[in-house]
Structure formats: structure tokens, C-alpha cells
Design a protein around this ligand. Structure first.
Ligand SMILES: Nc1nc2c(c(=O)[nH]1)N[C@H]1C(S)=C(S)[C@@H](COP(=O)(O)OP(=O)(O)OC[C@H]3O[C@@H](n4cnc5c(=O)[nH]c(N)nc54)[C@H](O)[C@@H]3O)O[C@H]1N2
Ligand SMILES: Nc1nc2c(c(=O)[nH]1)N[C@H]1C(S)=C(S)[C@@H](COP(=O)(O)OP(=O)(O)OC[C@H]3O[C@@H](n4cnc5c(=O)[nH]c(N)nc54)[C@H](O)[C@@H]3O)O[C@H]1N2
Ligand code: SF4
Ligand SMILES: [Mo]
Length: 706
């Protein structure tokens, strides 16, 4: 019986592309992982990371039982003891120092594991702290903020209609390496190539000639952090040249005249002088976007995670509105997922600046404070200081700006519990680690990324292996903790049912459920009966009925964003001793900070070298492959440099996610594969002042011989 060969189907949860997988097992062994050809969206595509799911499952370094720190050592303890100890510590900390003395940091894999999303909020309601942090403010906060301000819901995010467009401009995104973001696009190479094959264009604007730029019709280098000048000049040009296109949305939009007046100072010449893209090129691009019937402008990490990230994301939305791309086939469209369809009145629309962080007065967004404020909230004494932390699927000492400061902050805590299955740079500071089951031991429905996909579909897959009898899923850990803390606080907690039941109930009442769509009457049983997933068709226009603002109009000119234009105009010339600008990069075989333990992904030559233009190297008397020290306001790291004209002059690139060389990290990564942490250079004071998002791109640095 145990040796039976079985074939399972399951979506990959590792990145936003959520490709369908075909996984073969014999007993408890994984014998193969391939693409699921019958997945309606990914159609058999996978990337090299998918096979490493087997390594996650079998990795001896992955914790299977709760661990408690005793001095410098770790001891395995029972779940009962671990939950009770954690609950007592958190409750006692709050009793002594107030509710805000407990902080949360939720990392990226939590959004790829639906039990975190269905069961995490209940724990937060019981803990009731204002100190909530997550990777959102190292990432897509500007997208959610502008969607909330303009369309009335933070998840009303128009997605590029890649499969039906004839012109796609990609600013600060590298989907061929990342497989897309805020745009679930399995097989980005094929889908982008298809645009060109049908006679269309893909234009990439990036300080680095990336894998995506190589596959594009045109690539324009841009000086990091200057996109806002280009985007506002494009808006100005659309008005000045009379290139604004008709759109069914304009009757439902207010503020366009305010937009026009607000960008009047942004000439093509100003944009050229700041960005390095010529006035002519910007003008031509603007005209092409306006006159190509099916065209879309898309911007991602490079334009979000910089000093004017929110302004950039707002400007991208405005341009898509003005060229008639928003809510148009081949433009940018809201998706129609089976679960958590966003429309007017959908809960969780968002709110902004209802309160501010204690030390630096940074604004909350939807109950979260910016991650750049976390370290100072831990380290600065006074009322409301964070004394205890909970991290969930996060590694902020590697992922967040000013890693050195974050490290000192975590080392100073009275108590720290990590819900995670590795002892990594961050969790090595924990007092207790609560490890959830492996990904293949729990079922999977992608709440977040099915909502952001270039084609509508739904897919619910069962667990592939039974969990060990004494293992808990993330959601069961949340249930247990919520219960234990509620009891200590003298309250009640009604344990929530399993995530599939919650999602099932949601689907039944949502747009494809029996009430709203009797013909389809989608429910949990029907979904489970289709292991490859159900195709729900291409994206379609639907915005008019879904605008969630109070007055029912799209707000093209939210006041707080318009005011931020002055900050851009008044931005002083950099007075830094540092003469280069640091940007990040992603690689297809690497995934943020947590998949470097798997030999099949990291083997070969190291991937955390600094990329630098040959002339910049020569000017400093440095040579290719030299050992160099990179210095910023907050720290320095030493690595090897590669001379390449892939990066423009004045720009250097170092990927994030590396730097596992800390004492106490218990991951079997070979010394030469541990890498250096680029966030020891990024600066918690270098932020988008409007919303507190980290500016991880465009960080001023100096490079010298090591
Ligand atoms: N300089 C620079 N810094 C960056 C970025 C950049 O581009 N440049 N990118 C930023 C972005 S976009 C992001 S999203 C962040 C990502 O950074 P983080 O949010 O810190 O996420 P990860 O690095 O993916 O680390 C996740 C942790 O989750 C754990 N984990 C994995 N799966 C599970 C699970 O199912 N359950 C639980 N409980 N734990 C799990 C892993 O063991 C690991 O410890 O980094 C940000 N940092
Ligand atoms: N293989 C792999 N895939 C991943 C991840 C991973 O770590 N590895 N991480 C996942 C996560 S959490 C996310 S959020 C997504 C991110 O997905 P993407 O945003 O597509 O990925 P990045 O590679 O960060 O792309 C950012 C691009 O912006 C450019 N850039 C930097 N500064 C600027 C600037 O000032 N202006 C402009 N115009 N461009 C700039 C960079 O050179 C880079 O090419 O990827 C996801 N997918
Ligand atoms: S592209 Fe992303 S979702 Fe697809 S196989 Fe690779 S890691 Fe998994
Ligand atoms: Mo991210």
C-alpha cells in the first residue's frame, strides 16, 4: 500500500504565477514534479523552482516540532507546551506594557498559504495591537493605496490584459525572472513573445537590460528613482497634444482637470534631464500608447519600491485612464475570481493615516504600519514600545531596509515567537519557533493570486501527504494561539473551521455561486472534482459597476496624492557623498530569502555579485571580478563585482534575499553560497514619504576596492 504510485495535481505556491503541477509519488517519496498541461492558465509551464518543492518537503533542516531556546541551544518541546508558553508570554507582555507592546511581522509566503489569510486575522483581533507590519510596505503598498484612493478598494487592481494587448510598456518589472507580480502570468516568456508575434510591441523601461528587456521590442534605460518625472510628463503630454482618448469611464471619473493642472510643470525636457530618456523618446512612447487601440502601461517593484512609489503607481493608473486602457480589452482590467470578488461594498476596502507610528509618525495603511518603522519601534524606549514580536513566514533581518538595525532590534526583544519552519537570520533570535506543516501536507487554494491573474480561473487542490500525527498547519497554530490567548485574557474564542470550508462558503455566495450564477452554481465539491482547475475565461470590462468610492466616481485626483507632486518638484539635488545608485534584481532560481537551502537551485556560480558598468569600474581603478566594498549611509558589504553594460552608468545592482552567514543560522547552506545581504545597505530613512514604503531601489552608495 505504502509503495503505490500516485499522480497528484496541485498549484505551485512559490511565486505569483501559481503554475499547475503534476506531482508523482511512490509512498512517501516524491518521484517527479512536472508542469500540469491541463491547468487552464499555465498549460504545463513551470520554472526550475517548482522541483525544489520536493526539497522543502524532505529538507532535514526544516523544523517539524516546536523548538524552545535554552541559552544558545534549541530543545524540541510539545505543541501544548509551546502554545501555552507563547500565549502566557504574549498576554503577560500586554498586561504589563499595554496592547501595542506586541508586534507582528507577516512575510511573503503567508499570502501564498491560504490558511494564513483565513485564520491570521482572528489572532490579530485578539492581540489588538497597532504594531502590525508586513512585507506589503517593502513591496506593493503603493498599488493598494492608489487602488483604495481612486477606485475605493485596495484590491481593485486593474491587471494588464497581456493575452489580448498589442502594446505593453513594462516599467520596473522583470516578469521573465520574477514570473510576474500583481499580474499572475504563468509562462511570461511565451505570453510576452505572443504580443510581438501578433504584431504588437513590448517596451521595457529599466536601469538594467534585464531578461525581459532582452525579449522586448525596445528597452529604455532610466536613471533609478526618476520614473515619476517621466510619468507626469507623459500625462502632461497627453493633455497638451490632445491625445487623451475616449473612454466609457470618463463619465464615471472626477478630477481629470485637477490632474491636468497639477502636472503642468512637468515638461518633456525636465523628464529628460532627470531620467536620461530623451524628450523625443518619451513623447513617442506616449503617442504610441495613446494611439494603439489595445495598449497598457504596467509598473512593478522598480517603480513601487522607490522614493516616489505611490506617485508613480497613481500616474500609471491615470495614464491608463487617459489612453482608454483601463477597463478595456487589451488594457488593464479588474479580474473576476471565484472567491473574494471585489466590488462596491466588499469588506476590507482599506483606510489610510488613521493613526501614525509612535517614533517617526509614519501613516498606517489598512491597519498596518510601514516596515521601515519596525526596528525603531522596538529600540526606542517609552510608552507603546514593542517588547515582544510575532513573525509569520517572514525574515525581516534579510528582507527589510537597514538589516543591521533590524538585527539589533530583534536581539533586544524580551520575547519573540516565530511561526516558521527554518532557523534563519531572523528566527535565530526567537525564544519559541512554531513550525507549520510542509506545503505538500496541506491543501491549497490561492486566494490572492487567483485574484490578480491575467485569466480568470479557480483551483482547489488537496494535500498530497498526510501530515505527521503531531503536526499543525499554519491555520491550526493560529486557532490554538488565539484560543489560548483569549482564555488568558478572559475572553472567548470560537475556533474557525478549516480554510477549505471557509473558502467554499465564500465561493457559494460569490459571483459563480448558485445564487448569482445558477447555471454554473460553483461550490467546493465542484471545484474539488476538477483537480486541474476550472477556466473562468478572459478578463472582461466590469469596472463601472464595481467602483467602490463613496460617491461612485473614480477619483483621478486624490488630494493627498496631488499634494505629493510638490515634493517631487521641490526635491533637492542629491547632496550625498555617495556617487552610485543601488538597485536590486531577481533570478529565476532564487526566491526572496528562503530557498537557498536547496542545492539544485543554488549550485553553480554565486548570484549575489555586484553588477557595475565597465566604465564606472575603470574610473575607480577596479577590474572585473575584483573584491569590492559597497558603502551606504547605514552599512557596508563586501562582494565580487562583475563588469557588465547590462546596468547603465552610475547604477549598481545587487540582489536581495542573501546573507545567511549569521551565527546561529541553522541551514545547511555551503559557506560559499550564503551570499551577502543587500539590505545591510538599504536605508530605513530612505522611503516614499507619502506612505512610508521602503525605497529599496535607487539607494546612494559608494564602491571601493575591498
Ligand atoms: N533590497 C530588497 N529587499 C527586498 C526586496 C527587493 O526587491 N529588494 N523585495 C521585497 C519583497 S517584494 C518581499 S515580498 C520581501 C520578502 O521577504 P519576506 O517577507 O521576509 O519573505 P521571505 O524571504 O520569502 O521569507 C519567508 C520566511 O517564510 C518561511 N515560510 C515559507 N513558507 C512558509 C509557510 O508556509 N508558513 C510559514 N509559517 N512560514 C513559511 C520561510 O522559512 C522564511 O523564513 O522582501 C523584500 N525585500
Ligand atoms: N525568481 C523569483 N521570482 C520572484 C521573486 C523572487 O525572489 N525570485 N519574488 C517574488 C516577489 S515577492 C515579487 S514582489 C515579485 C517582483 O516582481 P518584479 O517587480 O517583476 O521583479 P524585480 O526583479 O524586482 O523587478 C524590478 C525591476 O525594476 C528595476 N528597477 C530598479 N529600480 C528602478 C527604477 O527606479 N525605475 C525603473 N523603471 N526600474 C527600476 C530593476 O532593475 C528590476 O528589473 O517577484 C516575485 N517572483
Ligand atoms: S513560475 Fe512560480 S509558480 Fe510557476 S513553477 Fe516557478 S515558482 Fe512555481
Ligand atoms: Mo514581494
Amino acid at each position: 500500500m505504502t509503495d503505490t504510485n500516485k499522480t497528484h495535481y496541485r498549484a505551485c505556491h512559490l511565486c505569483e504565477a501559481i503554475c499547475g503541477l503534476e506531482i508523482k509519488t511512490r509512498g512517501s517519496e516524491i518521484t517527479s514534479i512536472k508542469g500540469d498541461k491541463l491547468d487552464p492558465v499555465s498549460q504545463g509551464f513551470i520554472c526550475p523552482k517548482a522541483t525544489a518543492i520536493a526539497d522543502i518537503h524532505t529538507d532535514p533542516d526544516r523544523l517539524r516540532m516546536p523548538h524552545k531556546r535554552v541559552g544558545d541551544a534549541w530543545v524540541e518541546i510539545s505543541w501544548q507546551e509551546a502554545i501555552q508558553l507563547t500565549a502566557e508570554k504574549l498576554a503577560a507582555t500586554q498586561q504589563q506594557h499595554g496592547n501595542d507592546s506586541v508586534g507582528f511581522f507577516a512575510g511573503n509566503p503567508g499570502v501564498h498559504n491560504y490558511g494564513n489569510l483565513t485564520h491570521g486575522p482572528a489572532l490579530r483581533r485578539i492581540i489588538k495591537t497597532r504594531n502590525n507590519y508586513s512585507a506589503t510596505s517593502l513591496d506593493q503598498l503603493p498599488h493598494q493605496l492608489t487602488a483604495w484612493a481612486m477606485y475605493g478598494h485596495q484590491f481593485a487592481l486593474p491587471i494588464p490584459d497581456v493575452d489580448q494587448t498589442d502594446m505593453m510598456v513594462i516599467m520596473g518589472g522583470n516578469p521573465i525572472a520574477s514570473n510576474g507580480s500583481i499580474m499572475t502570468i504563468p509562462n511570461a516568456p511565451k505570453r510576452l513573445k505572443a504580443i510581438r508575434e501578433r504584431g504588437g510591441q513590448v517596451i521595457v523601461i529599466d536601469p538594467r537590460r534585464t531578461e525581459t528587456a532582452d525579449a522586448a521590442s525596445q528597452h529604455l534605460f532610466i536613471k533609478p528613482g526618476t520614473d515619476a518625472y517621466v510619468l507626469l510628463a507623459m500625462i502632461n503630454t497627453l493633455f497638451n497634444e490632445g491625445w487623451v482618448q475616449d473612454s466609457h469611464l470618463h463619465d464615471h471619473t472626477k478630477g481629470l482637470q485637477t490632474v491636468k493642472a497639477s502636472v503642468a510643470d512637468f515638461s518633456l525636457q525636465l523628464a529628460e534631464s532627470k531620467s536620461g530618456i530623451t524628450a523625443n523618446e518619451i513623447k513617442q512612447l506616449t503617442q504610441q500608447l495613446a494611439t494603439t487601440e489595445r495598449a497598457v502601461l504596467y509598473g512593478r517593484m522598480g517603480v513601487s519600491v522607490q522614493e516616489f512609489g505611490a506617485l508613480c503607481q497613481w500616474a500609471i493608473q491615470v495614464i491608463n485612464l487617459l489612453i482608454g486602457a483601463t477597463d478595456t480589452v487589451g488594457g488593464a482590467l479588474l479580474t473576476s475570481p471565484a472567491f473574494a470578488y471585489v466590488t462596491k461594498g466588499t469588506p476590507g476596502a482599506g483606510h489610510f493615516a488613521r493613526f501614525h507610528s509612535r517614533v517617526s509618525q509614519l501613516p498606517e495603511f489598512s491597519g498596518e504600519l510601514p516596515a521601515v518603522a519596525l526596528a525603531e519601534e522596538i529600540l526606542t524606549p517609552g510608552d507603546g514600545q514593542i517588547k515582544a514580536m510575532v513573525t509569520i513566514a517572514g525574515n525581516p533581518i534579510i528582507s527589510s531596509a537597514n538589516a543591521g538595525l533590524m538585527d539589533r532590534a530583534f536581539a533586544s526583544l524580551d520575547f519573540y515567537v516565530a511561526i516558521d519552519f527554518y532557523i534563519n537570520a531572523t528566527t535565530r533570535h526567537a525564544d519559541i519557533i512554531l513550525p507549520p506543516t510542509s506545503p505538500l501536507e496541506h491543501d491549497h487554494y490561492d486566494i490572492v493570486f487567483l485574484r490578480l491573474a491575467v485569466r480568470n480561473s479557480a483551483r482547489m487542490n488537496p494535500a498530497i501527504f498526510d501530515p505527521a500525527s503531531d503536526a499543525l498547519h499554519d491555520w491550526q497554530i493560529f486557532n490554538a494561539l488565539s484560543n489560548a490567548i483569549a482564555q488568558l485574557k478572559g475572553g472567548d474564542f470560537n475556533e474557525l473551521p478549516a480554510p477549505d470550508l471557509l473558502v467554499g462558503m465564500g465561493i457559494e455566495h460569490d459571483v459563480y455561486g448558485a445564487q448569482k450564477n445558477p447555471e454554473m452554481a460553483l461550490n467546493l465539491d465542484k471545484l474539488k472534482a476538477e483537480p486541474h482547475g476550472i477556466d473562468l475565461g478572459p478578463l472582461t470590462p466590469s469596472m463601472v459597476d464595481r467602483i467602490g468610492t463613496d460617491d461612485g466616481y473614480i477619483d483621478a485626483a486624490p488630494e493627498f496624492i496631488i499634494q505629493d507632486i510638490a515634493r517631487l518638484l521641490q526635491k533637492p539635488a542629491p547632496a550625498s557623498e555617495h556617487d552610485l545608485l543601488l538597485i536590486g534584481r531577481r533570478h529565476i532560481r532564487s526566491n526572496n530569502s528562503w530557498m537557498h537551502n536547496y542545492h539544485r537551485l543554488v549550485k553553480g556560480k554565486p548570484r549575489w555579485q555586484l553588477m557595475m558598468h565597465p566604465q564606472d569600474l575603470a574610473e575607480r581603478g577596479l577590474a572585473d571580478q575584483a573584491s569590492v566594498t559597497i558603502k551606504s549611509r547605514v552599512g557596508e558589504v563586501t562582494t565580487t563585482v562583475i563588469a557588465t553594460d547590462e546596468v547603465m552608468r552610475g547604477v549598481v545592482s545587487l540582489p536581495h534575499g542573501w546573507g545567511h552567514n549569521k551565527n546561529g543560522v541553522k541551514m545547511r547552506i555551503a559557506t560559499e553560497q550564503k551570499g551577502v545581504n543587500c539590505n545591510e545597505l538599504t536605508d530605513e530613512k530612505f522611503i516614499d514619504q507619502l506612505c512610508g514604503n521602503a525605497a529599496l531601489n535607487g539607494v546612494p552608495v559608494t564602491v571601493v576596492a575591498a
